[in-house]
Structure formats: C-alpha cells, structure tokens
Design a protein around this ligand. Sequence first.
Ligand code: ADP
Ligand code: MG
Length: 252
Amino acid sequence: EKHTPLVLSVEGVTKSFDGFKAINDLNFYLRDGELRTVIGPNGAGKSTFMDLITARTKPDEGKINFHKDNGEDVDLTRVREHHVSQLGIGRKFQNPTIYRSHTVYDNLKLSLSGKRGLLHSLFYKESASDREKIYDVMETIRLKDHAHDLAGALSHGQKQWLEIGMLLAQDPRIMLVDEPAAGMSDEETERTGELLLSLEGKHSLIVIEHDMEFVRQIASRVTVLHQGHVLKEGSFDFVKSDPQVIEVYLGR
Ligand code: ADP
Ligand code: MG
C-alpha cells in the first residue's frame, strides 16, 4: 500500500440531533490522492459526515483537520461553510446545481471564475489558459462534443458529469461526491466509475454510494458506516464478505 501524506483527519467526532447520535465517536483518515468509498444503510450518518467535513454542521465533540500541502493544518470545526470550498474542498450534491440555460462551456467558465468571487464572475472574460483548462475538464468528463449544448438538454448522466467537471474547474484537493451513479443507466454508471478512477491520484475523493456493483467497479478502499460509527474499513472484497457488514447492510 502506498503512503502518501494525510489530507484529512477526523478524530473522535460525535454529533447529536435531539439527543440522538447521528455520528458517534467517528475516526476517519484520508490520504492525498486516495479514492475512498463510504457505504452504509439509510440513516448510517453518511450525509451528516459530509456536512461535518464541509462545515455545514459543527460537531459536538472531536477534531476535523484539513492538512494543506504547505504543511499547515486547518481546523474545519472553526471555519465557515463558504471558506471550505476556498480551501479546496468541493462537494457534489445528489441533484446537480448546473445552470440549465447556459452551455456546458459556460457552466465550466462560471465555475472557474466563481472561485474568484461573484463580482469577478459577472464580468469575466476567460484567458487562454482558462480556456485550455475548460477544454481539459471537458475532455475528462467526456463532454467536449457537447461544449456548446445547453446544460438543460444533456442526459441525466451527462448532467452529473458536468457537475463533477464544475468541481474540477476549481482544482479541489478533496472532492466529496454523493451518489454519483444514482438514476443512471448501466452504461452511464460504468462511465462514471471510469471518470472517478481517472481522478484518483490527482485529487482525494470521498464517494458515497449505494450501488454495490458500482462500488465493486471502482474497487477503492471502502469505509462502512453504521449508526454513525466506522463498522469496517478495507478493500471491497474484504468488507463485502464480513459477517457484520452483511448483516447490517448487504443482507437486508
Ligand atoms: P444517511 O445519509 O447515511 O442516510 P444521515 O446522515 O442523513 O444518514 O442521517 C443520520 C441520522 O441522523 C438519521 O437518523 C437522521 O434522521 C438523523 N438526522 C440527520 N440530520 C438531522 C437533523 N438535521 N435533525 C435531526 N436528525 C437528523
Ligand atoms: Mg444521506
């Protein structure tokens, strides 16, 4: 196993809602360039976990540290949500937040410029290197042939890829991706797996997923959440044959 430096450390984190521990003494470590899949039954705490990392929710207890590449640590329990994306932690929600009446190219341009603030993006004229960046992203998400199509006219799968592209345009160090294959055809699901695999090593990714076939395809290190706690962690083959995992998740 390769040992790149840590990019994220979550230690002893607990978060209750009305006395119910949605996250319970959670420990989680992500390495630079790692592709991690997080699975777990409904209510396991997966979305709350992402809310904690993105500072949408504050923990009751515990530490969440982002390790910048200059060696500095940022305490994510003490920053505001909008600062998290500026730090290079991007999140893709289940429902794409693309601009339907703009082209694929312009969506990516807006995302690229959005990094520099709203006022900037309103009057933004992209540079040659920005254009190059946008074409690189379109190549990665396989939408180059759709550069001038309206985002609203794309297929369901293409819309999801565009949103992943909008994250990529901002050069995130950590990408949080919630159920990227939901509602996709088999072919689109497979392409999404290929896309995420192509990002491994360049970005650190946490992918929440329900579709076990998809988890098998990306075959990353898997974290199984159960009742807000890490039940098991390891390769897909390791966790899928674990009796406790089968009981709480696979064997329902
Ligand atoms: P998952 O995404 O794994 O399905 P969630 O993180 O959404 O799980 O939820 C974990 C548990 O915490 C669930 O029992 C849910 O009802 C509860 N929960 C999540 N957010 C809130 C909230 N804002 N208020 C009250 N309960 C919540
Ligand atoms: Mg959820």
